[in-house]
Design a protein around this ligand. Structure first.
Ligand code: NAD
Length: 324
């Protein structure tokens, strides 16, 4: 690779777990343009693959790089082994330059039944009383409908404190099994893959290993407990990998993305309200896009950032450090 970031003709690969959507897919597209061969693993229904995902994969092939996709369940031992064998066969020794873990497979459930003041209902009631006092005949139902219409259809983001979310909390509470599966797949699984790629001598001399965290690593969002625990395990894994794999030339990074409109995001309870809040407080007043993050991951693959390792890099336009 030369300093202008062109990987064409080098025979290097990017292996992306969770490469059919969101950050994983955007990174696959970006790195294919830069000349890395691409292998993705993902888990999607066949109908979705046919109608929504295949055109993206075709666009990657059109760039001229090699492209391999595995639609498998990475919770399954045989499927995991199959992907590892495929990496050995397709990429081979010393050729994996980027490994990205971008799987979203977490349980988003509450720990306990919600309790406490109903600020939304109280605000609507107070507003209705004030309007009635002022001579307008408005019912609570009319007011609530108007607020929801303005929020969901006219994108009045400031109403996120009073609008009803279209992504409610799940009925069942978080179970131990939910936590352990989430902490495995979205936490230390990154370490397991990185270690195996190193042991099989598949990594390039200056390989980059990358995984994704969120602001929910430090602050608690309702319904995000298991994923939050996983993010802490992920970040600890990244530091350990940077330390112990560094002598082999490996760099390990965690990218902390801002709130991004993806299928996984929309599985988090109240994510519609979170997106509105993020648009308001982000200094650029927009959400992070998968392409913003893909550009950052591409930059991490290049020589100028090679002295960075074991770090959490925020790619969020300043969202995490911004108050309202
Ligand atoms: N969306 C956000 O706001 C946001 C913000 C910060 C960090 N993140 C993190 O980014 C990562 C990727 O999330 P995303 O928003 O791009 O999600 P996404 O829904 O767009 O993509 C998730 C990917 O995981 C794959 N996947 C899910 N279960 C799988 C399984 N069992 N086996 C194989 N593949 C499986 C899907 O096929 C898909 O390719 C996650 O770790 C998430 O926590 C997301």
């Amino acid at each position: 690779m030369n300093m202008n970031g062109d990987f064409h003709g080098k025979g290097l690969w990017a292996v992306i777990l969770g490469g059919s959507s969101g950050f994983g897919l955007a990174t696959a597209k970006r790195l294919a343009r830069a000349g890395l061969h691409i292998m993705v693993a993902h888990k999607d229904k066949e109908g979705v693959v046919e109608t929504q995902i295949k055109p993206h994969f075709e666009a990657i092939r059109q760039t001229g790089v090699k492209f391999v996709a595995h639609n498998v369940n990475l919770f399954d031992d045989d499927d995991r082994a199959g992907v590892m064998e495929s990496i050995e066969e397709q990429a081979g020794r010393g050729k994996v330059h980027l490994f990205l873990h971008s799987i979203a497979a977490g349980a988003c459930k509450l720990l306990a039944e919600p309790k406490g003041p109903d600020f939304r209902a109280d605000a609507i009631k107070g507003l209705q009383e004030a309007l009635t006092f002022g001579g307008a005949a408005v019912t609570i139902t009319q007011l609530r409908d108007a607020v929801n219409k303005a929020f969901h259809e006219k994108r009045c983001d400031a109403l996120y404190t009073v609008a009803d979310s279209k992504i409610p909390y799940k009925d069942d509470l978080l179970e131990e099994e939910d936590v352990s599966r989430t902490v495995w797949m979205m936490g230390y699984d990154y370490l397991l893959w990185g270690r195996e790629l190193l042991a099989r001598e598949l990594l390039s001399p200056e390989a980059r290993l990358v995984a994704l965290t969120s602001e929910g690593n430090e602050i608690a969002w309702r319904g995000y407990a298991a994923v939050s625990a996983a993010k802490c395990a992920l970040e600890a894994s990244c530091r350990a990998m940077a330390l112990e794999m560094g002598p082999y030339g490996v760099r390990s990074y965690i990218v902390q993305a801002g709130i991004t409109d993806t299928p996984a995001g929309n599985a988090i309870p109240h994510f519609d309200l979170m997106m509105a809040q993020a648009r308001m407080r982000n200094p650029f007043h927009r959400l992070t896009t998968p392409e913003d993050v893909a550009e950052a991951i591409y930059a991490l693959c290049l020589p100028p950032l090679s002295w960075s390792s074991g770090s959490i890099i925020r790619v969020d336009g300043g969202e995490a450090i911004s108050g309202l």
